[in-house]
Design a binder for this molecule. Sequence first.
Ligand SMILES: *[C@@H]1O[C@H](CO)[C@@H](O)[C@H](O)[C@H]1NC(C)=O
Ligand SMILES: *[C@@H]1O[C@H](CO)[C@@H](O)[C@H](O)[C@H]1NC(C)=O
Ligand SMILES: *[C@@H]1O[C@H](CO)[C@@H](O)[C@H](O)[C@H]1NC(C)=O
Ligand SMILES: *[C@@H]1O[C@H](CO)[C@@H](O)[C@H](O)[C@H]1NC(C)=O
Length: 179
Amino acid sequence: MKGAPTVALLLFFLAIATSMADDWRETVGMGQPKVSHLHFYFQGVLTGPNPTSVLVAELNSTQASPTSFGSIYVHDDLLTEGPNLTSKLIGTVQGIEVVSSQTELSVTMALNFVFTDGEFNGSTLTVVGRNPILQDVREMSVVGGNGAFRLAQGYAQLRTILLATGSLTVEYNVTVIHY
Ligand SMILES: *[C@@H]1O[C@H](CO)[C@@H](O)[C@H](O)[C@H]1NC(C)=O
Ligand SMILES: *[C@@H]1O[C@H](CO)[C@@H](O)[C@H](O)[C@H]1NC(C)=O
Ligand SMILES: *[C@@H]1O[C@H](CO)[C@@H](O)[C@H](O)[C@H]1NC(C)=O
Ligand SMILES: *[C@@H]1O[C@H](CO)[C@@H](O)[C@H](O)[C@H]1NC(C)=O
């Protein structure tokens, strides 16, 4: 049988090719998901020499709009453990906010919560959603994260507790499912 070694060789190379093809994929279990409840305060500074929330663009018509429709803000705000600005710093919030309603005071937000303290130090949560700022409690979506929050999903409930001239404090309760 002259062909036999050739077939054996072919099968051998096929086996190698198959095992090589498998190298790029692996399916593993993720373990049980956890639910974390986070409670903290967002601190925004709107005016003064070091604002953390800055208007970067608007439409020609924004000034004439009763809702400031079309304004775009960039954020690098602080997260604190308690409502007082002097309470323990636990992170920052980096992101953008767009005034996106022509009939009510409502913004669309895309925010990254960057934790710098405790168990979640170095991890981030990405929160996106509609924020009708005059409503008592608003809700936005946790759409992902990194570090401890890879594959995170959840929701954030927020309430403005202080709107002093030039500053903004918002209480956040975040419920997040992660692994
Ligand atoms: C906005 O205003 C500027 C200056 O008046 C003008 O040159 C520009 O064409 C306007 N843009 C639009 C989209 O109306
Ligand atoms: C915030 O903390 C500072 C310093 O600890 C304190 O003087 C101030 O009274 C606190 N403010 C409030 C509203 O609790
Ligand atoms: C957070 O992590 C950074 C980087 O690993 C580290 O330098 C810092 O000391 C940590 N902060 C706290 C409060 O654990
Ligand atoms: C956050 O949770 C605390 C404790 O349950 C509650 O007192 C507070 O009203 C909640 N705030 C928001 C904005 O959901």
